[in-house]
Ligand binder design. Structure first.
Ligand code: ARG
Length: 466
């Protein structure tokens, strides 16, 4: 039995088993909630004072005691005995040790069931704000990389087969779009996170007439929860966060996969910045893309966190059940993983060196201009289906002779259609192919330049919003 006295000890004749204390304790991980628990308690004390439940003197002493406990955490001078059970009991216990019995008035009309919901909401609100800023940081890195190499042409792929030429910048901007949606999803989830549960009591609502609206305002919440039973058993907001985070990690994983692939000798499109590559303990020549691999690998654990919490919640009767304590580790793990991944990918992306010659060469080989050749015939009046068929046969001919389309003479081409003439070779060049795609969302350089400007302006607006 630890030195901590149980807050609920009165009902019991003897102490709890040490194994039970350890099994049920959340303090080893929920200590991270301490700033929010203390913030919530201080606001709650003010609400009790306003409701006339605590005198100003009592309230003042409790608030000062809570500030001192916070300082102990900041100094790192805390001893986290699992006998305290959780962060809420620890802080209350320390408060009473410091200021005496008056500390026992803090929890008047309050339950840990609402307290833990409050803490998790405050925590997530802060962390989602950080994640949104870090997503914007990665978008900026992608835009810097794109803008710095607007001249670079790469093969665009479908089925991982070379398909059509695109700008390297256009490819990177695809990730900027994915991250825009991720940020929007997380920002939207913030609306459901930002709801204040205090006043719900254990499940039936507080009997102390505290002003919930004023308390919400004090804590910066935009709404108060409308049903006390729901408020203590709802973890939708955490699941939504894990969903948004999983989607983000899926995108970072795809980016990681492409970096791994493109940095391989087989592609040799990218050179990793040295500080973001790793060596082998055995093979002296190796320069491995471990960071990008782990961005891919860690998506799995975040998806696992989401599935874990969904599974925990699915069979729970209303209202609070201790199972809900299992919400915290997946949420903390996901916050740490997503933030860590964003923080390391941003400088990596910014530092990528492109092998522009190799990329261009890859875009010139493999008939990426076959669609352009068909478009050429369409421009001469041939229906597209026929043009497709004609160019398909020309590709087969070229493969047999180991030639590229631009190496065919007009004589050879005219064996397949009389519509081929002088303009053909210019028409199927890489630059010409790109420049015809000046449609919104297309890969023409002037369109990509505009897309970069728009993305930069959006980011600036977001940053202004905070
Ligand atoms: N540590 C608990 C949790 O994380 C706090 C709430 C406990 N409430 C209770 N009645 N046992 O969910």
């Amino acid at each position: 039995m630890g030195k901590a006295k149980k807050a609920w000890g009165g009902r019991f004749a003897g102490p709890a088993e040490r194994r039970v204390e350890e099994y049920t304790a959340s303090l080893p991980f929920d200590w991270r909630l301490y700033p929010y628990d203390i913030q919530g308690s201080i606001a709650y004390v003010r609400a009790l004072m306003n409701a006339g439940v605590l005198t100003d003197v009592e309230g003042g002493r409790i608030i000062q005691g809570l500030e001192e406990v916070k300082d102990e955490f900041h100094r790192g001078s805390v001893e986290l005995d699992p006998a305290y059970e959780d962060i809420h009991m620890y802080i209350e216990g320390r408060l009473i040790e410091k200021i005496g019995e008056v500390g026992g008035k803090l929890h008047t009309g309050r339950s840990r069931n609402e307290q833990v919901a409050l803490d998790l909401r405050l925590y997530l609100r802060a962390e989602i704000g950080e994640i949104l800023a870090e997503i914007r940081g990665l978008q900026e890195a992608l835009l810097d990389q794109a803008e710095g190499r607007l001249d670079v042409i790469v093969p665009g792929y479908t089925h991982l087969q070379r398909a059509q030429p695109i700008l390297w910048a256009h490819h990177l901007l695809a990730y900027v779009e994915m991250l825009n949606r991720d940020a929007a999803r997380l920002a939207d989830c913030l609306k459901r996170v930002n709801v204040m549960p205090l006043g719900s009591g254990a499940l039936a609502g507080s009997a102390y007439g505290i002003d919930r609206e004023a308390l919400a305002q004090d804590l910066g919440f935009s709404e108060v929860s409308r049903n006390s039973v729901d408020a203590v058993s709802d973890r939708d907001f955490a699941i939504e966060f894990l969903t948004g985070a999983s989607m983000t990690m899926v995108h970072l994983s795809r980016l990681g996969e492409e970096i791994v692939l493109w940095a391989s000798a087989e592609f040799a499109f990218l050179e990793l910045p040295e500080a973001f590559a790793t060596g082998s303990s055995l093979m002296p020549q190796k320069k491995n893309p471990d960071v990008a691999e782990l961005a891919r690998g860690k998506a799995g654990r975040v998806i696992g966190d989401l599935v874990a919490l969904l599974t925990t919640i699915k069979g729970l009767p209303l209202s609070y059940n201790r199972d809900l304590q299992e919400d915290k580790e997946p949420v903390f793990d996901t916050v740490d993983t997503v933030r860590g991944t964003l923080q390391v990918l941003s400088p990596l992306v910014r530092g990528l060196q492109v092998n522009a010659d190799r990329m261009r060469q890859a875009a010139e080989e493999g008939f990426l201009n076959a669609t352009d050749a068909a478009d050429y015939l369409v421009s001469k009046g041939l229906p597209f289906r026929q043009a497709h068929e004609v160019v398909g046969r020309i590709v087969r001919y070229s493969l047999e002779r180991k030639k590229r389309l631009d190496q065919l003479t007009l004589e050879e081409l005219r064996q397949y259609s009389p519509l081929f003439d002088e303009g053909f070779h210019g028409y199927i060049g890489l630059e010409a192919s790109l420049s015809r795609r000046g449609i919104v969302g297309g890969t023409a350089p002037e369109q990509v330049r505009k897309a970069i400007q728009t993305a930069r302006a959006d980011l600036k607006k977001e940053r202004g919003r905070g």
